[in-house]
Design a binder for this molecule. Structure first.
Ligand SMILES: *[C@@H]1O[C@H](CO)[C@@H](O)[C@H](O)[C@H]1NC(C)=O
Length: 506
């Protein structure tokens, strides 16, 4: 067995989407009548000066649609797709859309799984941030200003010749905008906190179209809220991030048979605990059902931020568990983020969800076993697959967030080390969507219950992995939610951004 066999696990379905041609409507703007999405698109043709506006009949529209991570998102057909090339054009766009109540969705990297999170049907249009791709070193290279339409691969590629890196995604194909507006676990997070904890300044287009900055000294309330702002406050057009010297690292992937699960999860619990002694590592355990192998397989991406193999004490004991394949080597950190991306391709119907619980050696495997009961009866459905990926939210990560001005997440160092579980469910046939979604719901409930029964459940739900049915913002706690709502009423008092669909609303 080789890496390819594991890759096949995530069988990349390359599908194209038939485009249905929609006739251009000829209605005019009637006062008092809600403008149709197509009228909005047509009107914006005259207002925007540097945007690409694509309609369903065009091949570019199809090409843009096909790059969503999840098939369900790709299959949605907004009246048009608008890609502003400047912040000023985006500002004009937002001002018009909120004033005329034109509904829209916003897509940066398009990696979120659930339908409607960053795309919309024919009753709205989609703002594609793919035209905003500036990246620029500032402050003698101490910071980097990053536009939301970039993928982390592009940011890392830009920083590499300067010998620099930043607190970005572990999977290089993920987009900047969504990652940083929902948290963002990085290979550096065990020491430095989430990606969003590290943002120094936001340039953001507010509901009324105004372009403002939010940072520790100016609009510090908005700055705090934007660290997990979802679709409530505005569209961020620049993130200012600190750079760090690019480390030579030891990292890669370890692949195991499913039977190694219980030992690997014990190892992960020890690893998470030992991050107190040495925070320079990151590890995750992903157990997946492979329809190709007809078996469970385990992928464990690991990184240590120095060119040192199996450093003690963090990785002590790991070598005793025999992988069937290893790509662990001394490498550039960017290489590892490309590897992670290659091993987690999209192109299928998918549902992701988040469950967080106290660090524990047994619970993750018991949750995996619970998943077998729920999903095994459906393994014969085309492309049906599911996985859980478990990773540390260590005390150091939580403390780093507080140290950097705090965030709305409601995580407390006193709660101790936590584990973040990402659940993934995949299928190919849209006819199976109803049943697979119901199974995903059943699994969220079962996993949450199991954690609760054992007194290990943490109410926090990680936004970037969450399903639309999960109450992400409520999970931050009543006090933080209240504060977020107050900040919302200050910066968007009339809730004009109600027309921005997708995300979690206050
Ligand atoms: C914070 O915002 C103010 C006001 O827009 C701006 O002048 C300043 O440069 C910003 N600070 C940082 C660190 O970007």
């Amino acid at each position: 067995m080789h890496t390819g066999a594991y890759l096949a696990l995530f069988a990349l379905a390359t599908r194209s989407f038939a485009t249905t041609q929609q006739p251009l409507q000829t209605q005019t703007f009637d006062e008092g009548v809600r403008t149709t999405a197509l009228q909005c698109c047509n009107a914006l043709e005259d207002i925007l000066t540097s945007s690409t506006i694509l309609y369903p009949a065009s091949s570019k529209y199809s090409a843009q649609s096909s790059t969503y991570y999840s098939l369900e998102q790709a299959a949605q057909k907004p009246a048009c797709r608008i890609a502003p090339a400047t912040t000023e054009d985006l500002s004009r766009l937002i001002k018009f859309a909120t004033a005329t109540r034109c509904e829209f969705a916003v897509r940066a990297g398009g990696h979120m799984s659930w339908e409607g999170s960053s795309n919309i049907g024919p009753n709205g249009f989609t703002i594609d941030l793919g035209g905003l791709k500036e990246v620029e070193l500032k402050d003698d290279g101490k910071t980097v200003s990053i536009a939301p339409g970039l993928k982390w691969s592009e940011v890392y590629g830009f920083l590499k010749p300067h010998g620099l890196h930043t607190v970005g995604g572990r999977s290089s194909g993920v987009g900047v905008g969504g990652f940083l507006i929902g948290g963002g676990v990085s290979f550096l997070s065990t020491e430095m906190g989430l990606g969003s904890d590290n943002v120094l300044d936001y340039e953001v287009v507010l509901a009324d179209g105004s372009i403002v900055h939010a940072n520790e000294s100016e609009r510090s309330d908005l700055y705090w809220a934007l660290k997990s702002g979802s679709t409530n406050y505005g569209i961020v057009t620049r993130f200012l991030m600190p750079t760090i010297p690019r480390p030579q690292i030891w990292g890669g992937s370890l692949f195991y048979h499913g039977s190694a699960g219980p030992r690997l999860f014990k190892q992960l619990a020890t690893f998470t605990d030992r991050l107190k002694e040495d925070p320079h590592g990151m590890s995750a355990i992903s157990v997946a059902w492979s329809p190709e192998m007809k078996d469970y397989a385990i992928w464990s991406p690991n990184v240590y931020l120095a060119p040192q193999a199996y450093p003690s004490p963090l990785f002590d004991g790991l070598q005793d568990i025999e992988p069937f394949q290893s790509t662990m080597r001394v490498a550039d950190l960017g290489e590892i983020t490309d590897e992670v991306d290659m091993l987690s391709p999209g192109g299928r119907n998918s549902q992701w969800f988040s469950v967080v619980f106290k660090n524990d050696a047994e619970l993750p495997w018991d949750i995996q076993l619970k998943g077998r009961e729920i999903f095994e009866p459906y393994h014969d459905r085309p492309g049906a697959a599911w996985a859980i990926t478990v990773q540390p939210i260590n005390e150091g990560m939580i403390a780093a967030g507080h140290k950097r001005g705090g965030n709305p997440l409601g995580l407390s160092v006193e709660d101790g080390d936590q584990l973040l579980l990402l659940g993934c469910v995949f299928w190919n046939d849209p006819q199976d969507s109803a049943v697979m979604k119901a199974k995903a719901q059943e699994y969220i409930k079962a996993a949450t219950e199991l954690a609760r029964e054992r007194g290990l459940l943490n109410k926090y739900i990680y936004l970037n992995y969450a399903l639309d049915t999960q109450n992400v913002l409520e999970s931050y706690g009543a006090e933080n939610l209240k504060k977020m709502r107050e900040i919302k009423s200050k910066y968007d008092p009339d809730n004009l951004l109600e027309v921005w669909k997708g995300g979690w609303k206050l």
